[in-house]
Design a protein around this ligand. Structure first.
Ligand code: FES
Ligand code: FES
Length: 189
């Protein structure tokens, strides 16, 4: 089946079986390997990408569903910083040194970016609920939550400062540090 769709703003065409998971289209056919395989059954979130702006588990998404759709992968978020939310999230991730082994982090960032787009000022509970499908074996949940809140705060500052343009340098001095102790629990519970 010939499929045409957009990935990170670029038109792509592949010829695959209709039931090929989107994850393998992204990784094997487009060589975008930032999106990871974890469970393969939509339970861990490692394979999360955006389909028309909505997070989906690419391991369970058949290629037949992406015809003429817009896909965003972690490469689009981190290399192009496609939106104010993705820029704020990736800056906060770096500032708080969220990543440990990194395997789950593409999916975490894709979900966190979508969360801030839907809900620019999420509560702890909002974050726990939204991020609950993204599993981290390294237990970085406390830092993830802090980074989402930092990104949210920085977006709010930026929107007051300039409702049109987001300038990361204006919020780089917020001086947050990763100080959580060992023994983090899932989503800071
Ligand atoms: S690999 Fe897709 S949800 Fe785990
Ligand atoms: S950082 Fe290692 S699995 Fe999340």
């Amino acid at each position: 089946m010939k499929l045409s769709f957009t990935v990170n703003g670029q038109l792509q065409t592949v010829d695959v079986e209709p039931d090929t998971p989107l994850l393998w289209v992204i990784r094997d056919h487009l060589n975008l390997t930032g999106t990871k395989f974890g469970c393969g059954i939509a339970q861990c979130g490692a394979c999360t990408v955006h389909l028309n702006g909505t997070p989906v588990r690419s391991c369970m998404m058949p290629a037949s569903g992406i015809q003429n759709q817009n896909i965003t992968t972690i490469e689009g978020v981190t290399e192009s910083k496609l939106s104010a939310e993705s820029q704020a999230i990736t800056n906060a991730w770096e500032e708080l040194a969220v990543v440990q082994c990194g395997y789950c982090q593409s999916g975490q960032i894709m979900s966190a970016t979508a969360l801030l787009k839907q809900n620019p000022k999420p509560t702890d509970k909002d974050i726990d609920n939204y991020m609950s499908g993204n599993i981290c074996r390294c237990n970085t949940y406390v830092r993830i939550k802090k980074a989402i809140k930092l990104a949210s705060d920085n977006l709010a500052i930026a929107s007051v400062d300039s409702p049109i343009f987001y300038d990361a340098s204006k919020v780089a001095s917020s001086n947050h540090t990763a100080t959580e102790a060992e023994g983090e629990t899932h989503h800071g519970a």
